[in-house]
Design a binder for this molecule. Structure first.
Ligand SMILES: [Ca+2]
Length: 456
């Protein structure tokens, strides 16, 4: 590409071309073709997507190679379908830039190129329910505030509704979410909201407020695959949920020879547990210490694996007694596999190599289950959790699923906020489906249903 931006110049007569990408007739949404010919002018209106490419090159200093990588990535990870809008392209490119590790400046330049043609930003959504941790009842009239993390202003407030719910549509950014209410300790968490975080991508943050007092926290650290306890794990309790505050109060301890740690008489509040041990992926757990109670947070650490191995861990609280991990997919010969607890179904091999192994399962409360698997390009696997037995509710299970690729944590899925027993709400938690490629595409459809997912 040496400044040649004329589409089709080699296939039509000398000196002619179809469209000049550097100077298209349709260069802004306001002069888009809106008639019915050519299926709504798909060819001439396509300039609204190709012109930002040119602007990123000519106006915002992206190299052609970077743009090629960006567009390619967006095609692989974007949510494109027949009804995709121009804004979906913008959202897909920003998501791709994020996956490529581009800087904020580069992402802003992408946004600017789309603004230049009139494809403006769309908001993302965050919503949740605020409850009293002790009583489990919704809190009406709690103040939920969203403040841009860099402190440059955007500050949006909301009072929770009668059912404790709140919902915001906000522009992209990293936000500090605070939830306050008289007589309760103020809650604080960092959440990143990206453009187009709607539907399956919407952010859910449920908050159970506690009152002042002292509580204890304890737990045991385990190897995710062997189930053995781990000693000398560094366990750091850090104030607030995932807020990058260098002045946050921290308390640090280590697990003993039995893998056990405990901290007593800790101020009630909201904390992030950061656990680390050499040759294991770091683990992060957002937790709450309630006054007069002992909070149990076991720590499940995933041993290092090679970069193309996936591992999924499921952890849950005292109730229900027994949740089960299920992984389904197709083998290269077209037959289906299903990896779960029966001894004959714990391992699947293909051509002498393993596809998936249920490394660890539990049948009692405060358990964890681990499945390790490898995928071929283009494979799609689905992961779900079955409520096998026990009391309580889905929300009260405190279940969380973590997905690793190598030592990178690529997804965390808290259980959906369904305040019902599995018998009432459904016994199947559809957690995610994963399509393997240069970049894995994970859809966190996360919902409770009455039937298990099936393979297409
Ligand atoms: Ca189980």
């Amino acid at each position: 590409m040496t400044g040649q931006w004329k589409n089709g110049r080699d296939v039509v007569r000398e000196g002619s071309f179809f469209r000049d990408i550097s100077n298209p007739r349709i260069n802004h949404v306001r002069n888009a073709y809106t008639g019915t010919s050519d299926n709504g002018g798909v060819h001439s209106n396509s300039a609204l997507v190709s012109y930002p490419f040119y602007l990123m090159y000519s106006r915002y200093g992206f190299s052609r190679n970077v743009l090629a990588a960006l567009w390619y990535k967006s095609m692989r990870t974007g949510r494109y379908y027949a009804e995709s809008s121009l804004q979906d392209v913008r959202v897909a490119l920003i998501r791709a830039a994020k996956k490529l590790g581009m800087s904020s400046q580069q992402k802003n330049n992408i946004r600017q190129a789309f603004n230049d043609v009139g494809i403006t930003q769309i908001n993302g959504n965050i919503h949740g329910i605020v409850t009293d941790r002790d009583a489990g009842t919704p809190i009406q009239g709690a103040t939920v505030l969203l403040t841009k993390e860099n402190g440059t202003g955007t500050r949006i407030g909301f009072e929770t509704r009668f059912d404790g719910s709140y919902s915001f549509d906000v522009e992209y950014g990293r936000y500090i979410v605070t939830v306050s209410k008289d007589n309760y300790i103020t809650f604080k968490a960092m959440r990143e909201i990206e453009e187009g975080d709607y539907g399956d991508f919407a952010n859910e943050l449920n908050v159970a407020l506690v009152k002042e007092g002292k509580g204890n926290i304890s737990g045991t650290a385990y190897d995710a695959t062997t189930g053995n306890t781990l000693s000398n794990v560094t366990v750091r309790l850090r104030e607030d949920w995932s807020v990058a505050d260098p002045y946050a109060r921290t308390i640090t301890t280590q697990t003993n020879a039995n893998g056990f740690y405990s901290m007593t008489s800790v101020d009630a509040g909201y904390y992030t547990i950061e656990a680390s041990l050499t040759h294991y992926a770091d683990a992060f757990i957002e937790t709450t210490i309630a006054p007069g109670r002992n909070t149990v947070n076991n720590i499940v650490l995933s041993p290092e694996t090679s970069g193309d191995v996936y591992r999924v861990t499921l952890q849950w609280g005292a109730n229900p007694r027994d949740l089960d991990s299920h992984l389904i997919g197709k083998l290269p010969n077209g037959t289906n596999f299903h990896v779960y607890y029966p001894s004959s179904s714990r391992r699947v091999y293909y051509n002498g190599k393993y596809v998936a192994i249920l490394d660890h399962d539990d049948t009692q409360g405060n358990g964890f289950e681990t499945t390790t698997f490898s995928m071929q390009p283009g494979d799609t696997f689905k992961y779900y959790v079955h409520w096998y037995a026990g009391d309580g509710t889905w929300s009260g299970s405190n279940a969380v699923v973590n997905l690793y690729k190598g030592t990178n944590l690529i997804g965390t899925y808290p259980v959906p906020s369904v305040n019902q027993h599995g018998n009432t709400a459904g016994r199947y938690w559809h957690v995610f489906e994963l399509t393997n490629g240069l970049d894995p595409i994970v859809r966190g459809s996360s919902s409770i249903r009455t039937t298990a997912p099936t393979l297409d």
